[in-house]
Design a binder for this molecule. Structure first.
Ligand code: SF4
Length: 175
């Protein structure tokens, strides 16, 4: 039984240098705000073996289907590998109380992720592949990205939702 909520977080936000260029995006303010919970860092792109550093990838909207491909080498299609890796995280996701992901990433971004369209133009209507997977598998799980949580009201709402999720899962564990 957990004694506090568990939050899955993008590893780069937690300070791990796992971005494509070998940097991190450590967000000390966010980590401070999440101290009420245990955080579990993960990185989908490292998880599928892309390594650090690695060629960047992006979302490509292809006739209504979104794939994740290499920026420099579009023949590199990691969509199915990301799905398989996401499926391997199902036990962890089922046991956590919230997910905080890195904004604008083709893997992690929760909203407003750039997508290359068929006509060569770009929009910002995408959702990162892992974020999309989490939302589809666990629609009730609190999910946000770091940019959203810069808004104090959204951070407060997310924190409350995580605590409610935790207390409900504790009650179910008692039954
Ligand atoms: S945004 Fe997601 S995929 Fe990209 S480095 Fe951070 S954890 Fe890894």
């Amino acid at each position: 039984m957990k004694n506090r909520p568990l939050i899955v977080i993008s590893a780069c936000l937690a300070g791990e240098p796992v971005r494509y260029d070998g940097t991190d995006r450590c967000d000390k303010g966010l980590l401070q705000a999440l101290r009420f919970a245990e955080v579990h860092p993960l990185c989908p792109e490292v998880g599928i073996g892309l390594g650090v550093p690695r060629p960047p990838i992006r979302l490509m909207a292809e006739g209504g289907v979104v794939r994740v491909r290499g920026v420099e080498d579009p023949a590199l299609d990691v969509t199915d590998r990301l799905t398989g890796w996401g499926e391997a995280q199902l036990p962890l996701l089922a046991s956590c109380d919230g997910v905080v992901l890195k904004s604008r990433s083709p893997s992690c971004g929760v909203a407003g992720v750039p997508r290359l369209l068929d006509d060569g133009s770009e929009d910002e209507l995408g959702m990162g592949h892992f974020a999309s997977f989490v939302q589809a598998q666990f629609p009730q799980l609190p999910l946000a990205d770091d940019r959203q949580l810069q808004d104090p009201r959204l951070l407060a709402a997310f924190t409350t939702a995580v605590k409610v999720h935790f207390s409900r899962s504790e009650r179910q564990g008692d039954e």
